[in-house]
Design a protein around this ligand. Structure first.
Ligand SMILES: N[C@@H](CCC(=O)N[C@@H](CS)C(=O)NCC(=O)O)C(=O)O
Length: 325
């Protein structure tokens, strides 16, 4: 059984929750809602009436976006977002004063009596401060992406939607612009912003992400590995290569294949490599999430969103390519 997510496409709180679910390799039943017509089922689960709301198969309700992020990243955190420096203070400023000024600047007609200009200036001050924090590696809190980066960017994107000319021209915001671009130019962004019709009880039950499916547990999965990489993994107990020359941390998952896809994967990526082995994996024995995601051509490939324990590999054979004569 999958968890149920009540979501609203444009809501930055819902975007950050979906970002974490996508990042962690999870699948959920997706119930898109309209804020002016919230489903009774959602209000019964969470009477405060805000999205996102995640309902776990055991009935536990998580109705704060940050708690959903933390829950998802506990299942899998392939890029180590949760291990980065403490993010709480920055997120508090975002969810508190920055969001306050953003709303009063972006939706000034909803706040009669408040000064649009004043809120613009206060919000801009925060953005400029964050821009100064960006490290040479391009993240808010040091060398790697943290929970703060992942939790804040949807709100900065919203600011930019309200003032793209100013945001794009401000010299002081250059580092923050480059930082935001990393999120919105990532191929994940399009998947995050997929559209669905509002959910109706008894109606269609789409899955988020819409271009992914669950992996059948009764079929072996395969991974082509450079023999040297596999030897190295035997020493540590975990294999952490995503695909040739790229690590799990860099890509966010380990590329796998179903049996009929192995030969083509070899032809595309390993034909000129040194010795290659085929790892046969029992999907039931891995604990990190598995999800089949569509690549650009629409073809589904299985992906593992965490390290591959060497004990999950049931067979290792030298790869011998099929030769046509
Ligand atoms: N603290 C909540 C805030 C969520 C929130 O305010 N979501 C907005 C949409 S962006 C909402 O549902 N508002 C209710 C409404 O507009 O009726 C969280 O982090 O999940």
């Amino acid at each position: 059984m999958l968890p149920i997510l009540y979501s609203f496409r444009r809501c930055p709180f819902a975007i950050r929750a979906r970002w974490a679910l996508l990042h962690a390799g999870l699948l959920v039943h997706w119930r898109e809602i309209e804020l002016k017509a919230k489903p009774k089922e959602m209000l019964d689960a969470s009477p405060k009436g805000t999205v996102p709301v995640l309902i776990l198969p055991d009935g536990i309700v998580i109705d704060e976006s940050l708690a959903i992020m933390r829950w998802a990243l506990q299942q899998a955190d392939p890029r180590g977002v949760m291990t980065a420096r403490d993010s709480d203070l920055l997120i508090q400023v975002n969810d508190g004063s920055f969001k306050h000024h953003l709303d009063r600047f972006k939706y000034s007609d909803r706040y009669p009596g408040s000064s649009k200009e004043e809120h613009f200036q206060k919000g801009l001050e925060i953005l400029r401060r964050w821009s100064k924090c960006i490290s040479p590696n391009g993240w808010l809190l040091g060398d790697q992406m943290s929970l703060a980066d992942a939790a804040i960017w949807p709100f900065v994107r919203q600011w930019r939607l309200a003032d793209s000319v100013g945001f794009d021209a401000d010299q002081e915001l250059k580092p923050l612009r480059d930082w935001l671009r990393r999120f919105i130019e990532d191929p994940m962004f399009e998947r995050l912003m997929q559209r669905a019709d509002p959910w109706l009880p008894g109606g269609m039950q789409p899955i988020f992400p819409a271009d992914a499916i669950a992996i059948p547990m009764d079929q072996s999965l395969f991974h082509l590995a450079l023999a040297d990489d596999w030897e190295a993994a035997l020493l540590t107990g975990n294999y952490r290569v995503s695909t040739r020359g790229l690590s799990l941390e860099q890509v966010g998952f380990i590329h796998l294949s179903w049996q009929e896809q192995v030969q083509d994967t070899f032809n595309r990526f390993y034909a000129d490599a040194g010795p290659v082995v085929t790892l046969r994996i029992d999907p039931k024995s891995v604990s990190a999430p598995l999800r089949a995601d569509a690549i650009q051509t629409g073809v589904l490939f299985p992906h593992l969103y965490g390290p591959l324990p060497v004990a999950s590999v049931v067979e290792v054979t030298p790869f011998s390519p099929l030769r046509s004569c």
